[in-house]
Design a protein around this ligand. Structure first.
Ligand code: SAM
Length: 261
């Protein structure tokens, strides 16, 4: 049926680049393998390009978080049973999901908040089964970067202490309206067993931020103020040179190091 509602104009400030290619939408939703036993949360459903395919899978519970109230109204009109939360995903109390059993999270994320949201979600939602996010291609490379490379940074080191990340596929600007200027990519997140999660995430986050703000410098220079015999021994035991740079230290090694500072 023809949509009689006034044409919706995308808001740049909310990172609104809507997917218009059904095959890509299907492929993204398939990556999370939605089923009738699932609790699914979609961030930024927009005009419902992904939502439609998720609804088809009849998940037990389906919540969408949308900041744009015009779009939230439309979503409620289109799918009256949908649980539409009108909120800023950056301020959403992600920890609350821990009281509700397993969940899957999906989203074609606005470019400007993708990294920050993923940083928070992977480290706060202990009941996460699986997440699928579409982000700017360059962010996807950082999330899945290998040690020693240019893309390996704070985001890689942090996220990979909570979840295994997988680069799934690249998405060109042509499948969006309006078209973004850069490529996008879809990344999968499988949480690590909780026993492997950092016991003191604040300490790890502080260390990662300190190191990667000075990523061109050597570890011994960055950590000059904190240097102790214990630290010296840590480098020796790990077989890491104090002259190494932050990008040469693995996520697990950074976690271990954070316990010695
Ligand atoms: N899922 C739709 C699609 O693929 O066509 C829309 C994706 S669009 C890239 C991002 C969506 O996130 C928009 O609907 C936008 O209004 C919404 N959004 C932007 N910032 C948000 C925030 N802080 N919290 C929740 N939703 C937000």
């Amino acid at each position: 049926m023809q949509d009689e509602r006034p044409k919706y104009r995308a808001k740049k400030s909310l990172g609104q680049n809507f997917l218009i290619d059904q095959n890509i939408c299907h492929k993204i939703v398939n990556a999370i393998n939605p089923g009738p036993d699932d609790h699914i949360i979609e961030i930024g459903p927009g005009r419902g390009a992904l939502t439609e395919f998720i609804v088809e899978a009849s998940p037990k519970k389906f919540t969408v978080i949308e900041m744009d109230s015009n779009l939230a109204d439309r979503l409620e009109e289109d799918w009256p049973t949908l649980n539409v939360v009108r909120a800023d995903a950056l301020k959403y109390p992600w920890e609350d999901l821990n009281n509700n059993g397993p969940c899957k999270i999906i989203g074609n994320l606005p470019y400007n908040i993708g990294s920050k949201l993923i940083w928070d979600i992977v480290s706060k939602v202990k009941t996460l089964e699986h997440a699928i996010f579409m982000v700017q291609h360059e962010v996807a490379l950082r999330l899945t970067a290998q040690l020693d490379g240019k893309a390996y940074g704070a985001l890689t080191a942090w996220v990979n202490n909570f979840a295994e990340t997988r680069y799934l596929f690249k998405v060109p600007p042509t499948v969006f309206r309006p078209r973004p200027k850069v490529d996008s990519a879809v990344v999968g997140f499988k949480p690590l067993p909780l026993e492997q999660w950092p016991a003191n995430p604040e300490k790890l986050s502080e260390l990662i931020k300190l190191l990667f703000q000075k990523r061109r410098k050597q570890m011994s220079t960055i950590l000059k103020k904190q240097w102790t015999l214990e630290l010296e021994q840590w480098f020796e035991k790990e077989g890491v040179s104090p002259q190494a740079r932050p990008e040469n230290i693995s996520p697990k090694q950074l976690l271990s190091l954070s316990k010695h500072i």
